[in-house]
Design a protein around this ligand. Structure first.
Ligand code: 5GP
Length: 211
């Protein structure tokens, strides 16, 4: 039986290592599709338009909102970020498990619209480690790092809204943990109603035939 793909939201403090984790997950397993968001922030060195993000002007972003072309969007540290609708719908229909790597406001909007969404929150093992990673990345100014650290305080208040918390200490271990969670969730009876009904019908038909 071909299982339907599920929608997965991965959030976590800036610097939690979500990007690296997602790359590893996609490299290791073939059931995932990663949604590429649209943003008005400027590209970091090494980021490619259409790969990390679709980089956009505010005007173009607002046009996309007006056309209902985004599943959700939010403002984060002064920039717009949003999830283009078309890719997500296509990939789910094709049976892929689609990952949205988005912040908490967007995560909650997605859960409201699509209650079956699996919400995962990724944290580094400690606040100290978070700061070390943010500074070590060397892509942001101290001012931006401070902004992101204070944003992490706000986001930490929302962790209980998520279905699972994953601690990113070791990349390989964390990747496997995420994959195991996704696989288990896919076996929940409520996500397999079609299959259950089919088995029931077959059982009934079989018992009739035997009478
Ligand atoms: P960054 O600027 O570090 O790439 O991303 C900043 C934050 O925006 C991260 O927490 C990231 O998960 C979030 N983000 C990225 N894309 C989206 C999106 O499409 N929608 C929302 N709501 N947040 C996003």
């Amino acid at each position: 039986m071909k299982r339907k793909g599920i929608l997965i939201v991965v959030s976590g403090f800036s610097g939690a290592g979500k990007g690296t984790l997602m790359k590893e997950l996609l490299k290791t397993y073939d059931n995932y599709a990663l949604s590429v968001s649209m943003t008005t922030r400027t590209p970091r060195t090494g980021e490619v338009d259409g790969r990390e993000y679709f980089f956009s002007s505010r005007e173009n972003f607002e046009k996309k909102i007006a056309e209902d072309g985004l599943i959700e969007y939010a403002e984060y540290c002064g920039n717009y970020y949003g999830t283009p609708r078309q890719y997500v719908e296509q990939q789910l229909a094709a049976g892929k498990d689609v990952i949205l790597e988005i912040e908490i406001q967007g995560a909650l909007k997605v859960k409201e619209k699509f209650p079956d969404t699996l919400l995962l929150f990724v944290t580094p093992p400690s606040a100290e480690e978070l700061k070390r990673r943010l500074v070590g990345r060397g892509t942001e100014t101290m001012e931006v790092i401070e902004k992101r650290m204070s944003r992490a305080i706000e986001e930490s208040e929302g962790i209980e809204s998520y279905d699972y918390l994953v601690i990113n200490d070791d990349l390989q271990v964390c990747t496997q943990e995420i994959h195991h969670i996704v696989q288990s969730v896919k076996y929940e009876p409520s996500r397999n109603v079609e299959f259950i009904n089919q088995v029931r019908t077959e059982l009934k038909e079989m018992s009739k035939g035997e009478k």
